[in-house]
Design a protein around this ligand. Structure first.
Ligand code: PHE
Length: 455
């Protein structure tokens, strides 16, 4: 039975685009993209990434948003409402945000702690070698920050789509852009920074290989918040007269633009600090929580503290808008499934996320004996959701749209608000190119895990 209750919606295009961009721009843009670009040949990686964004990313994002808007449902019901036999895809897709939200919020808690530490003037202790590892190993403190971060997220979700998510995105996203541009400009004037800019932007063709493409594709996926049910949920809140095609283009410009600028601030800053030693870029958490504090500490006077505070504020905003989209997706899944009210569902989701997040936090300290193939508990969740479940969900989504409901069904939805200019590209991507690429990503990430694991 259809419910007669009206589904919440974004007020218009700007609200939708900023909220979706808020989801897309996250930790992945800020620490993962610069590191990958540096590793896989600078300019050449950027080029590959851009090409993939306007083809592969474009098609998948259009598909998810249109699927949500067409059915007016979150992932769990969207697939089943078009064809009962394929309900299981929705169930699988719904597992992804449920798994990610808790551990993403643990990391969000770490970011909050760093922002606090910089505000409290503890910059030189934050730059000590063991500061980060000591902090995450403590039993209670990281949990406190985790609770604060996830509590803030829940507060926004509790306020609803229009009064919470849209309002917050309209405020936070412009601030985020200004902060990113501001820091990039500042960094440009640090001694030796230009070497880093050159390194970042000059294509190194010798580093180009199939792995470059796979790495770019895996990053694109995660960065655009695809295969997590998020875009389906947000699509279900989108008004019929708003253009899906141009919204997707704008979200992509936002997401890629911020990722690019993050590279422009991080790589030159690290180069300037390390005297051009690219290995200082490290990767993952060590870059953000160990190397960058050292870089900020090395800036003389008050400059380092100011830049540090600005940087962690920026990261916090990016992480918050992403976790909001995750929680909203989980809330809408439970609401669609059980017909509960927003407030009760929100508190319920908050509770289970806290329970699921605790092991991830404790896994770096008192529970560090639990590990698998060198992965901590948090890494295991991350690996299972990002490297296994997400490619499977993306593949099934493409198959479902390409061969069950057919690309035409999605095209019709997109055409409700004007011409679908890249329709042929969309169909080709969904039916042929994307499934092949996704299988390759899946295989390569599993192989990668059998070798050395990354985060
Ligand atoms: N797109 C986000 C990023 O780049 C990833 C993400 C979004 C993760 C939403 C979780 C939830 O970091």
């Amino acid at each position: 039975m259809e419910t007669v209750k009206k589904r919440s919606s974004f007020t218009g295009k700007i609200g939708f685009v900023l909220a979706a961009a808020g989801s897309a721009v996250g930790l992945g843009n800020i620490w993962r993209f610069p590191y990958l670009a540096a590793k896989y040949g600078g300019g050449i990686f950027l080029l590959v990434y851009l090409i993939l964004a306007v083809t592969f990313g474009f098609a998948l994002m259009c598909a998810e948003i249109a699927l949500g808007r067409k059915t007016g449902k979150s992932a769990i019901e969207a697939f089943g409402s078009l064809n009962k036999k394929y309900r299981f895809i929705g169930v699988l897709a719904s597992c992804v945000p449920i798994i990610i939200l808790p551990y993403y919020s643990v990391i969000g808690g770490w970011v909050s702690k760093y922002l606090y530490a910089f505000c409290a003037g503890e910059i030189s202790s934050a730059a000590q070698d063991n500061y980060f590892t000591d902090f995450i190993a403590r039993p209670f403190e990281p949990i406190g920050w985790f609770l604060l971060f996830i509590g803030l997220t829940a507060l926004v979700v509790l306020l609803g789509v229009e009064k919470g998510i849209e309002k917050v995105s309209k405020l936070m996203m412009p601030v985020l852009v200004v902060l990113t541009i501001g820091i990039s400009i500042y960094v440009m004037f640090m001694p030796g920074a230009m070497e880093g800019v050159k390194y970042y932007l000059t294509p190194d063709f010798s580093k180009f290989s199939v792995t470059t493409v796979l790495a770019a594709m895996g990053q694109l996926f995660y960065s655009m918040s695809l295969a997590m049910g998020i875009m389906i949920t947000y699509g279900s809140y989108m008004k019929k007269e708003v253009s899906i095609e141009s919204s997707v283009s704008q979200i992509e410009i936002f997401d890629t633009g911020i990722a690019f600028l993050a590279g422009m601030m991080i790589i030159p800053a690290v180069f300037s600090f390390s005297g051009g030693d690219e290995s200082a870029l490290g990767k993952g958490p060590s870059l953000m929580f160990i190397t960058l504090p050292k870089v900020f500490d090395s800036i003389s006077g008050i400059g380092g503290t100011v830049i540090g505070i600005t940087f962690f504020l920026l990261v916090l905003l990016a992480a918050l808008t992403s976790s909001i989209s995750l929680m909203e997706t989980v809330v809408s899944i439970f609401r669609d499934k059980f017909g509960w009210g927003r407030k009760a569902t929100c508190l319920f989701v908050l509770f289970i996320s806290i329970v699921l997040g605790l092991p991830s936090s404790l896994g770096f300290g008192v529970w560090d004996f639990i590990s698998l193939a060198g992965m901590s508990i948090l890494d295991m969740f991350d690996f299972f959701s990002n490297s296994i479940l997400m490619p499977i969900v993306a593949l099934l989504t493409c198959m479902f749209i390409g061969y069950v409901i057919k690309p035409k069904a999605i095209a019709e939805e997109v055409e409700l608000s004007g011409k679908f200019r890249r329709k042929w590209l969309f169909s080709f991507m969904i039916r042929y190119a994307a499934p092949v690429c996704i299988v390759l990503i899946l295989v390569s990430s599993v192989l990668d895990a059998l070798g050395i694991f990354r985060i």
